[in-house]
Design a protein around this ligand. Structure first.
Ligand code: MLT
Length: 237
């Protein structure tokens, strides 16, 4: 098994990922939101590239069957039920519902990876469970960082390093590309995740918008065994 890391959706090569198991990370905050929605019993998540696509998906369901969530510029989309704050996706709100989401980077990265062999949704919250899943599958894997607006982000990179570190604890040895080794090295040397990511651009956006509670939540390690999988346009548990 070989593990690679793609540092932003701009670097996705569809031919390269098509026969690989892909893990998508948007720790701040889309994949943390999705993991949380499943922890709180949502039925499925439908990631949509545009607001129009999201509204179209919503029109196929009864009003009580879905929740519309997501962001533009980190703020709630007009007319949507929820923003992209994981703390809003409580059991009372999402249980048994279809969560239809559109975000700037996270849902875009997922849809860009749709033709990979398998696609899993990862965050710090389910890092250990994702590592276990990859080790069980035992095939070449690529961790794809959603980044921010096409650029590399420190937060997704360290989260990928955490997953690789957990995989190594299970297997002892994995063939890592140089970028995967660097991701693991960054995690190993920055166990205080907040200090590291406080230098990230998107952390600054969260701080400015008074959303640091979301960040404190998103750095929680392995609080769930749920590993959502993206299949034919839907993310399921
Ligand atoms: C995204 O998908 O771009 C984000 O998760 C941004 C955010 O709301 O923090």
């Amino acid at each position: 098994m070989k593990v690679d890391v793609i540092v932003s959706p701009e670097h996705i090569n569809k031919e390269y990922i098509k026969d690989k198991v892909v893990v998508v990370i948007d720790m701040l905050r889309a994949t943390t939101v999705m993991t949380t929605a499943f922890m709180n019993g949502c039925k499925e998540v439908i990631p949509c590239l545009t607001v129009e696509d999201a509204l179209k998906e919503a029109s196929k369901l009864k009003r009580e069957e879905y929740i519309l969530g997501g962001e533009r510029k980190a703020l709630k989309i007009e007319g949507f039920d929820l923003s992209n704050s994981p703390l809003e996706y409580t059991e009372e709100v999402v249980k048994n519902k279809t969560v239809i989401m559109s975000t700037t980077n996270g849902t875009r990265t997922l849809t860009d990876c749709k033709d990979a062999k398998r696609v899993f949704v990862a965050s710090m919250l389910n890092g250990q469970a994702v590592a276990k899943k990859l080790v069980e599958i035992n095939e070449d894997a690529v961790i794809v960082n959603a980044g921010t607006n096409g650029n590399f982000t420190m937060d997704d990179f360290i989260c990928g390093g955490y997953i690789i570190d957990e995989m190594l604890k299970l297997t002892g040895k994995i063939d890592l590309t140089d970028v995967a080794k660097t991701s693991k090295y960054i995690y190993e040397n920055n166990k205080d995740i907040i200090s590291f990511i406080s230098g990230a651009r998107h952390y600054g956006v969260m701080k400015e918008l008074d959303l640091l509670e979301d960040v404190s939540y998103a750095i929680k390690k392995s609080v769930t065994n749920i590993v959502p999988e993206y299949k034919e346009g839907h993310i399921i548990n």
